[in-house]
Design a protein around this ligand. Structure first.
Ligand SMILES: [Zn+2]
Length: 77
């Protein structure tokens, strides 16, 4: 497995994930199904503008569910 990794895009989350994933499983499954499908579709189609918009929407959704995110990473799992 030589897949390069990067940090989860969720605010305040530093979990390392594979390059083709946007977020770690915990944050990914916080997103609505339609947004996950849109992210996958735009990623495959290399639609960077649409993908960037999806990322911003995803971060917004997570910030609403984790208002403390962006501060410290409480990784209790
Ligand atoms: Zn995460």
């Amino acid at each position: 497995m030589s897949a390069p990794t990067h940090a989860c895009h969720a605010p305040g989350c530093n979990r390392l994930i594979q390059r083709e994933h946007l977020m770690c499983p915990k944050h990914w499954y916080m997103l609505p199904d339609r947004l996950r499908r849109a992210i996958n579709r735009n990623w495959r189609m290399r639609d960077h503008e649409a993908h960037a918009a999806n990322c911003r929407e995803a971060q917004d959704i997570i910030l609403r569910q984790e208002p403390h995110a962006g501060g410290q990473d409480e990784d209790a799992a």
